[in-house]
Write a protein that binds this ligand. Structure first.
Ligand code: FEO
Length: 168
């Protein structure tokens, strides 16, 4: 049976993951409106990844005999200044998510819940990757000063990104 504090933390985190999905879908809509279909595709993949994260936690809570309680998802931001502004928000958001995951890990350690610690290791690793991806894109965008042919080349490259649950 799942520990009550851990169950509560996962229910909050499922909402946070679904909010992340919603935020990235909003960024996809922004890029569609900017005629950047590759960047929009990158965000759609991100949207799928976040739903996958939420469902991984949903399944874990159920597997351990807990009860998932879904709550209202806040509306995401809808406008940004430019491409760099969007990715700076991606990085800040992922850094925030990392702190949320670390917080659940602290609770699991505190409660001596070894199964949850083991489960969360995947998310700890995933957050390293999420932050590193955003940082790499921001560096690239800064190199090309966020505009011109460089943006079009990145947009073309991002068209190829696909969601791969097996690699998750
Ligand atoms: Fe679910 Fe992007 O962290």
């Amino acid at each position: 049976m799942i520990n009550k504090r851990v169950e509560e933390a996962f229910n909050i985190q499922i909402n946070a993951e679904l909010y992340s999905a919603y935020l990235y879908l909003s960024m996809a809509a922004y890029f569609e409106a900017q005629n950047l279909p590759g960047f929009a595709n990158w965000m759609r993949v991100q949207f799928q990844e976040e739903q996958f994260h939420a469902m991984k936690m949903f399944d874990f809570v159920n597997e351990r005999g807990g009860r998932v309680i879904l709550t209202k998802i806040d509306g995401p931001k809808v406008e940004w200044e430019n491409v760099v502004d969007v990715y700076e928000e991606v990085l800040a958001h992922e850094q925030h998510v990392t702190s949320l995951i670390n917080n659940i890990m602290d609770i699991a350690i505190d409660e001596r819940d070894h199964a949850t610690k083991s489960f969360l290791n995947w998310f700890i690793d995933e957050q390293v990757e999420e932050e590193s991806n955003a940082e790499a894109i921001i560096s690239e965008l800064k190199l090309i000063d966020g505009k011109g042919n460089g943006i079009l080349m990145m947009d073309r490259e991002f068209r190829a990104r696909v969601f791969n649950p097996a690699a998750e």
